[in-house]
Design a protein around this ligand. Structure first.
Ligand code: ATP
Ligand code: MG
Length: 143
């Protein structure tokens, strides 16, 4: 076990459904600390760049349009095993496959409109954190 950071996004459908507080509450109750946060409306370039790994997938254009359909809330979470703990709270990509009590099971409408994003490893977490918060946009907890 070690302290990790991970990148988390409340996607446009999660913001539309007014779930920001509900989702932050789940993170905090699980012992994850929010160490950076911002709300923004992704540009075409940002949405395409963030999901570039999926460029060849048939759903890529729809995914980019969905991620640009409204504002998102982006945060960095810190804690023991933060990457896997966060993914457990989100649930499976497809809400039909997600465990009861997960965010996607409780709130997602479909495999595409699935409310939240979470980094899938420590390496991708570091890249995604730098993508949104640069070198100095994270605020370590001093108390
Ligand atoms: P995320 O990266 O957003 O946390 P994930 O890691 O669970 O999700 P990925 O395989 O990385 O899943 O897919 C990225 C996103 O693309 C999904 O969260 C979803 O919004 C969308 N997506 C994935 N698979 C499909 C699909 N078959 N059809 C439509 N959209 C999809
Ligand atoms: Mg992913």
């Amino acid at each position: 076990m070690s302290v990790e950071r991970t990148l988390s996004i409340i996607k446009p459908d999660g913001v539309e459904k007014n779930l920001i507080g509900e989702i932050y509450g789940r993170f905090e109750k699980a012992g994850l600390e929010i160490v950076a946060a911002r709300m923004l409306h992704l540009s075409q370039e940002q949405a395409e760049g963030f999901y570039a790994v999926h460029k060849e997938r048939p759903f890529y254009n729809d995914l980019v349009n969905y991620m640009r359909s409204g504002p998102v809330v982006v945060q960095v979470l810190e804690g023991e095993s933060a990457v896997s703990k966060h993914r457990e709270l989100l649930g499976a990509t497809n809400p039909d496959d997600a465990d009861p009590g997960t965010i996607r099971k409780d709130f997602a409408a479909s495999i595409e409109e699935n409310v939240v994003h979470g980094s899938d490893g420590t390496d991708t977490a570091a890249e995604e954190i730098a993508f949104f918060f640069g070198d100095d946009g994270v605020c370590p907890r001093t108390r």
